[in-house]
Design a binder for this molecule. Sequence first.
Ligand SMILES: Nc1nc2c(c(=O)[nH]1)N[C@H]1C(S)=C(S)[C@@H](COP(=O)(O)O)O[C@H]1N2
Ligand SMILES: [Mo]
Length: 197
Amino acid sequence: MATFTRGFGGRRADRDDTRIPPGQTLVRDWPVLSAGATPEIEPESWTFSIRTENGLHTWTWDEVHALGVEDITVDIHCVTHWTKLDMPWRGVPLDRLFEDVDTSLDFCMVHSTGGYTTNVPLDELLDGKAWIAFEADGEPLEPEHGGPARLLVPHLYFWKSAKWVSGIVMQADDEPGFWENAGYNLHGDPWKEERYW
Ligand SMILES: Nc1nc2c(c(=O)[nH]1)N[C@H]1C(S)=C(S)[C@@H](COP(=O)(O)O)O[C@H]1N2
Ligand SMILES: [Mo]
């Protein structure tokens, strides 16, 4: 399952080869990668906030769901070289939240309960590219995978998909978050292998 043949003009060892970014290996399981302890968060007490130069907008669990839940199937790519294809997820696109937000700032610092942060340019969270996700593989997100709610930004390496997501602070500049400060790439496009900097 994890062996591919590349560059010898032969058959593809895996029919999904073209969907696996350079340097990545296909996995069937779902590894857990957390920098700290798993927090216990009840949906009833979970909120999501966006802070801009104009103030703070906060949504409850029910309010976020009321914006419109979508089912999507996406591939995810971790910088530690695993890729998982065709994962079913359920969540609300960030587009729905930003419809209610007035900002001229271009960069987001995504915050999680527990202190994890990661930076993403706003335009990479809009146009159907990112979700606040509540379910994966048809089940509510396990706490170790970020439950009850995490960010899902499948077109970037998975460290951008903040678990236990609590909000976004809009910023004028693209400043590094937790892993970016520790040497991970500011942007993190798996197809360009933007792993470190
Ligand atoms: N809050 C928080 N979010 C996080 C992390 C973390 O340590 N804390 N790790 C990141 C990294 S490096 C990866 S690869 C993915 C792992 O998600 P998973 O454990 O569900 O596979 O979550 C990302 N989001
Ligand atoms: Mo990661």
